[in-house]
Design a binder for this molecule. Structure first.
Ligand SMILES: [Zn+2]
Length: 463
């Protein structure tokens, strides 16, 4: 045993790893986990934290958030990372966009992907938690494909393409991008909804004056999501590329992806917290606030998310966090509302409540779905684990405390929560990012700027 002292010991808690739970203490020194074991076998610490009756888990790794991407969110790195820290998320991955010729382009159309990545790194100076970006390919240019290799040099090893919206691309271009992604051993990540189906239904409902939020999910149906997932996963299989399906919302999509996984193709997918908690009755209850694309679906789809999280077709739970004000949602017709909702601060307690407390998932499953799998899927070996030598990103969590979610406590710029008023069991008490306590009992206790950019590896999905 090392005779030296360490900075912090989190003692008497239940340590949750991806494979089990142990009653042990966690020793943190500097930015890393020094040891996990019986307290008496560990070095003396300057600070001792009593975690009795608490879980001690790796911090949540949220691989799908929108931060610093106006108009797709109003959250800055500072506001989003306050929400993250309060919610036990120690690393998030947002999006770095190239420019395109369109209304919602963040940058001038000529802006390259690498310029977009560097702009995000600069905007991140005030981040409190660690962060990285996926690159977004929003135009069908050879020059865009040529940006993939220099993007890897920037530490960005995954690339997003959309089948929908004005920055969506054709299957021909996706196929070209997938072949290059395969050559580079990078990861393709996909928003899959058939745009022609969704656009036609949207136009029809507008013409018919069906502006109540209950019509919204019918404008972007589950089969449109499954159709596009099928097409893009097939191209990824043909290219031999790693495919990661974003925000899987329904049984039909999950079944498509499961089918491609069965032959050993490199196909993975996430769902998001809201698809595991709500069905489409939420629109009658909460209006446009939970308008998210793809939409929240039917009760059977909620059950399907849990079946496929158990079965492995879905291996990650993310938030798709978008910060918006209530006023951008409280409009007469759903098509004039913003799409997206904030969840960084609530995802861990809400998913713990639903998956563990209500549906019997284990603590290690919670850690795999929210920490370990996203870290491994996206090339962050220092994250998502409490192995000695890795980053000391740690959450102390009380699995028994029940509280009511209140948007007045938002760290996000958003002034509402789709979980407002919901009682959840499980509360984040402390969040450490690389050894530093950043949130303590609902308060931010570190200065902005502690967070740093995570240079990601090319992930090995064979492991
Ligand atoms: Zn998103």
């Amino acid at each position: 045993m090392s005779p030296e002292t360490v900075d912090t010991i989190i003692a008497d808690g239940t340590v949750v790893t991806p494979t089990g739970t142990i009653d042990a203490a966690v020793a943190i020194d500097g930015e890393t986990i020094a040891a996990v074991g019986a307290e008496e076998s560990l070095p003396v610490a300057d600070q001792r934290i009593d975690a009795s009756d608490r879980l001690v888990m790796p911090g949540v790794i949220d691989p799908h958030v929108h931060v610093g991407e106006d108009p797709f969110t109003i959250d800055t790195y500072q506001t989003a990372s306050e929400a993250a820290a309060l919610g036990g998320t120690t690393t998030f991955v947002n999006f770095a966009w190239e420019g395109w010729d369109g209304e919602t382009s963040i940058y001038e159309p000529e802006t390259t992907l690498v310029e977009g990545i560097r702009a995000q790194k600069e905007a991140a100076a005030d981040a409190l938690v660690d962060h990285s970006s996926h690159g977004v390919l929003a135009t069908e240019r050879d020059a865009t494909i040529e940006q993939l290799e220099p993007a890897l040099e920037e530490g960005v090893t995954s690339f997003k393409l959309f089948t929908a919206y004005e920055h969506g691309v054709s299957y021909g271009f996706m196929n070209q991008a997938l072949r290059r992604i395969a050559e580079l051993d990078a990861v393709g990540i996909f928003h899959t909804e058939d745009a022609t189906v969704c656009d036609q239904l949207t136009e029809q409902f507008r013409a018919e004056g069906k502006g109540d939020p209950e019509w919204y999910p019918r404008s972007r149906p589950d089969y449109a999501e499954a159709m596009a997932a099928d097409d893009v996963a097939r191209m990824a299989q043909e290219a031999g590329a790693k495919y990661y399906g974003l925000h899987t919302s329904c049984r039909k999509s999950a079944e498509v992806l499961e089918r491609y996984q069965d032959d050993g193709s490199q196909i993975r997918a996430e769902t998001c917290t809201h698809y595991t908690v709500y069905d489409d009755s939420v629109f009658a209850e909460r209006g446009n606030l939970p308008m998210i694309a793809p939409p929240i679906r039917k009760p059977d789809d909620v059950d399907a998310m849990f079946e496929h999280l158990r079965g492995g077709a879905l291996s990650v739970v993310s938030t798709d966090h978008c910060g918006y004000k209530r006023e951008s949602k409280e409009v007469e017709n759903w098509w004039d509302s913003t799409f997206g909702a904030n969840a960084l601060q609530t995802s861990l307690p809400v998913f713990h409540d639903e998956a563990v407390h209500e549906r019997g998932f284990s603590y290690p499953a919670l850690v795999r779905l929210m920490s370990t799998n996203p870290a491994r899927t996206f090339g962050m070996p220092e994250k998502g684990t409490l192995e000695p030598g890795t980053d000391a990103d740690v959450v102390v969590f009380d699995p028994a405390e029940t509280y009511t979610i209140d948007a007045d406590e938002n760290g996000s710029e958003a002034d509402f929560s789709i979980y407002e008023g919901r009682d959840v069991t499980g509360r984040v008490e402390q969040t450490f990012v690389r050894g530093e306590l950043v949130a303590d009992d609902g308060e931010i206790v570190a200065d902005p700027g502690h967070g740093s950019f995570v240079e990601r590896d090319l992930p090995d999905w064979e492991q």
